[in-house]
Write a protein that binds this ligand. Structure first.
Ligand code: MLT
Length: 204
């Protein structure tokens, strides 16, 4: 996958895997990575799917209706990209934290749903439930931050609650941060994610 890689200053800080939203690109979330953990290595791929020219990480059939076959194919593709990049850039494969926004949060959620051990933690800004009716792997040592908006027209609060329940039932410790906002990523949400990351990883 086309991507940006920035090496880290502190080898003990987790690598941040930055996953952009629909219409974004591999450079969009680099400033966010710097706010969250300035000393971390950063791996930021560009989604391989195009929707009317807009990059995404997997196809959808309509707003909020995912193409499940493509979601599974692209989730595997991203997992393999992380594995290959960890070797190429000599990253600690056990210390990769996904940070996704919207479509990027949805493929990060899909990684958690399908591949045990692929991520050691995740920050999901405005995620949806990536897939229903599947057994999740054991996520008992995976902390997850979810940022959500009470007035988000794309991810209804009930969907955030459902995602929290699914992740918790697989053993994940989930922290949900609510904003009185819509689908946008607010400064306050970024600050909450940053505090959560510092509390979760003493090396950040
Ligand atoms: C998605 O398709 O992943 C979600 O609807 C979020 C979005 O990209 O708009």
């Amino acid at each position: 996958m086309k991507h940006v890689f920035r090496s880290g200053v502190d080898p003990d800080a987790p690598t941040l895997l930055m996953l952009h939203g629909t219409g974004g690109n591999e450079k969009d979330l680099l400033p966010l990575a710097r706010i969250l953990s300035p000393d971390s290595a950063v791996l930021s791929p560009l989604g391989n799917v195009r929707e009317n020219g807009m990059p995404r990480f997997f196809r959808r059939l309509a707003e909020g209706v995912f193409d499940e076959e493509d979601l599974l194919f692209r989730t595997k593709e991203l997992k393999e990209f992380i594995d290959e990049s960890a070797e190429k850039y000599e990253l600690d494969r056990k210390q990769v934290v996904a940070v996704g926004y919207s479509n990027g949060a949805n493929i990060a959620g899909s990684l958690l749903f399908h591949y045990p051990g692929v991520l050691c933690a995740a920050i999901l800004h405005h995620p949806m439930v990536p897939r229903r009716g599947v057994a999740l792997p054991d996520l008992s040592d995976v902390p997850v931050f979810i940022g959500a908006g009470r007035n988000d027209p794309i991810c209804a609060p009930s969907e955030t609650d459902e995602l929290q329940r699914l992740l918790e039932s697989a053993g994940a410790s989930v922290h949900v941060h609510w904003e009185h906002a819509g689908h946008q990523l607010t400064r306050a949400e970024v600050e909450a994610a940053s505090r959560w990351l510092r509390d979760t990883f003493k090396t950040v």
